[in-house]
Design a binder for this molecule. Structure first.
Ligand code: ZN
Length: 243
């Protein structure tokens, strides 16, 4: 299993250039609108600059970030977050026709795996990705783990076997890190994203609902802290792969 202590010394993981990865058709899967940009924004920008086709699938509707806001009730919040995703991905080189929203209920993905599996399988059969970026199977956030499980099960019965690359999000928070373990043999590596660092930060900034006080009428509303965001401002991104 991945050495979670290595999150504090992540620079010990080997650094690869995009040229050494030949991913073919790429699908990026995000449990919430923003995970794709935080965890894989550099990879997406590099892949697009090398003309690899990239599709993005966002699994949940993201409506639990500010559940008590009156100004942004669920349908409005969903629309806002989806628009933020489209804006962020356009900066990274992915046009809106290549972005799909599954709209499962935020925080409850786990309860909807059985229903969503058919939809996901149909999507995968139609798009036939060569490489899929999934959330890290041991991420402390249940929606992230449930998203990995949803795709792990959907992939099982396909006639092709995509390469799976996993990206961590909430393990970067030292208070949540390492609460879930796996017996799978996993290796970590870093992708050199230095040349697209500014693009990635511009894309993250599109998520105003998550990074600013745009929604200011829910005292319990979610906010990506500067501390957490600093982990996604490195000149590389960290990925895991089962071996
Ligand atoms: Zn998330």
């Amino acid at each position: 299993m991945a050495d979670l202590a290595a999150f504090t010394t992540a620079t010990s993981f080997p650094l690869k250039s995009i040229a050494t990865i030949d991913p073919g058709r790429v699908l990026i899967v995000a449990p919430h609108p923003d995970d794709e940009t935080l965890g894989c924004g550099g990879a997406i920008a590099l892949l697009r600059s090398h003309h690899y086709p990239v599709q993005v699938l966002v699994v949940s509707d993201g409506t639990m970030s500010h559940p008590r806001s009156r100004k942004f009730p669920a349908p409005i919040l969903r629309q806002l977050r989806e628009q933020e995703t489209i804006n962020a991905l356009r900066i990274l080189g992915v046009e809106s026709e290549n972005v799909r929203f599954l709209r499962l209920p935020d925080s409850l993905i786990e309860n909807h795996i059985d229903l969503a599996i058919v939809q996901v399988r149909t999507y995968l059969q139609a798009t036939v990705p060569t490489t899929i970026f999934l959330p890290w199977r041991c991420d402390p956030h249940p929606d992230h783990r449930a998203t990995w499980q949803l795709f792990d099960r959907a992939i099982e019965s396909l006639s092709f076997s995509p390469r799976i690359i996993e990206y961590p999000i909430w393990d970067w928070d030292p208070e949540q890190r390492g609460t879930v373990a796996t017996t799978a043999k996993v290796i970590g590596w870093r992708l050199d994203t230095a040349e697209v660092g500014t693009l990635k930060q511009n894309a993250i900034a599109q998520y105003r609902s998550q990074t600013t006080d745009l929604i200011n009428d829910d005292p319990e509303g979610f906010r990506l802290t500067a501390e957490l965001l600093s982990n996604f401002a490195q000149p590389w991104e960290l990925f895991f792969e089962e071996i």
